[in-house]
Design a protein around this ligand. Structure first.
Ligand SMILES: [Zn+2]
Length: 430
């Protein structure tokens, strides 16, 4: 069977291309797949976004907005990403991405009455698989995180059915699954109205580390306060990483390149002047040719010549009136440098954070979400005396971020993609 030799028996999944390997007789070996690096990158991103709590619908929307072409050359749709768990379809359920080919998922039978072949799903325990490590795109760890997310959505869906609340529609929060109780190490989760509390304490679970006692951390915190306090430390962290300077430099380079590409007014005038002179010369040639042939002089040609001369004089005057081109360009660059200086970049990022914090702009929040979740590992919530607000300890991974610089690149791309962002945000803030 083809699969036992590490070959796929189904159609080409997204992220792969047909292998060009040939057998001894020089024929292409059918069913062999190679990883397509560019598409594999998209597969990884989809898994990562999903594991971070972004819904398949939002993922599809994001990819389409970035102009990334979906499977089979069409736009991305949430169904292609989500698929169906029981049937193992959809990008998020495709085991090829962890280097495993699965077959025997369906059984084909011929209906004796209609002679038609029908497919029936086999139970998952009847599926047979084979490891093909060369096909791996997603790490076991990331795959496990995606499965954990499935379970979470499943739970929400179950409780939604009983609560008659559509909980799967609830937005994923900025710090979901990153919160830890300082006393028992258990998770902090939302209980009641938008308020986080220690799950172990709420369930009255005996904690081994506390000699079988229950967690005594009764501090709760509203989601709004928690997110605000955590987001407040982000600009400081960015500042220490010189992110504002880097973004500022990139923005200026980008804008200056645009400036260089767009033809200057001087270039346009010079070109128009040249075209006018050429047309004049061509008419003068026609007039002198006619004279040489002894034909009568045409008034229409003289009129055209007069009109062209008026145009030429006007263009020449405009060109003379223009400022020196070098000065003009450098003036524009200076303006750009002032507009995109590090301090202004910082203001823009702070505004983004402000908007995200107040939930005023879902887009701002979505932009920040991967960065915040990359930057912060855990937030430990601890006891404080009396009615004082809970203590927060933010564990961040600035060292990791500085090594990978991935978050900064994401941020930079977003700034470059939305050149009108500063304008849009300042108009919202005013
Ligand atoms: Zn606890």
């Amino acid at each position: 069977m083809a699969v036992s030799k590490g070959r796929a028996s189904t159609c080409l999944a997204y992220g792969y291309r047909l292998s060009q390997q040939r057998d001894a007789s020089g024929d292409r070996i059918r069913g062999l797949r190679d990883v397509d690096p560019a598409k594999a990158e998209i597969v990884s991103r989809i898994f990562k976004m999903y594991a971070d709590g972004i819904s398949p619908r939002d993922i599809a929307h994001l990819l389409n907005k970035e102009g990334i072409i979906g499977p089979r050359g069409s736009a991305w749709r949430d169904t292609a990403i989500r698929g169906a768990k029981t049937v193992g379809t959809g990008i998020l359920n495709n085991q090829s991405y962890i280097g495993r080919i699965v077959w025997n998922k369906r059984e084909y039978r011929k209906n004796p009455d209609t002679e038609r072949r029908t497919a029936r799903m086999n139970d998952a325990d009847q599926w047979v698989s084979k490891d093909v490590p060369t096909m791996r795109i997603v790490s076991d760890n990331l795959w496990a995180r995606a499965r954990a997310r499935d379970a979470e959505i499943g739970e929400l869906y179950q409780s939604a059915k009983t609560n008659r609340l559509n909980a799967t529609q609830r937005p994923e929060y900025l710090l979901s699954r990153m919160l830890e109780c300082a006393e028992c190490g258990g998770p902090y989760a939302i209980s009641g109205k938008d308020r986080y509390s220690c799950t172990n304490r709420k369930k009255r679970l005996p904690i081994e580390a506390l000699d079988g006692a229950c967690c005594s951390n009764s501090k709760t915190i509203t989601r709004h306060e928690l997110e605000e306090r955590v987001l407040n430390c982000i600009p400081v962290a960015f500042y220490s990483m010189e992110i504002f300077d880097r973004i500022s430099q990139r923005m200026i380079t980008h804008e200056v390149n645009l400036l260089k590409q767009s033809p200057s007014q001087r270039d346009e005038l010079t070109a128009a002047l040249k075209a006018t002179t050429q047309r004049q010369n061509s008419i003068i040639q026609q007039i002198s040719d006619r004279a040489a042939e002894g034909r009568p002089r045409l008034a229409a040609l003289d009129d055209q010549l007069d009109e062209l001369e008026a145009t030429r004089e006007k263009l020449a005057a405009e060109l003379n009136a223009l400022a020196e081109p070098v000065e003009d360009f450098q003036e524009k660059v200076a303006k750009l440098k002032a507009q995109f200086n590090p301090a202004n970049m910082e203001i823009i990022i702070r505004k983004l954070i402000f908007l995200a914090r107040h939930n005023a702009d879902e887009q701002a929040k979505q932009r920040l979400m991967p960065i915040v979740r990359d930057l912060i590992q855990t937030v430990v919530i601890g006891k404080t005396p009396g009615h004082q607000p809970a203590s927060l300890q933010v564990h961040s991974s600035i060292a990791n971020i500085m090594a990978s610089m991935e978050a900064i690149d994401v941020l930079e791309q977003q700034f470059l993609a939305a050149a009108d962002l500063p304008l849009r945000i300042s108009s919202r803030m005013d």
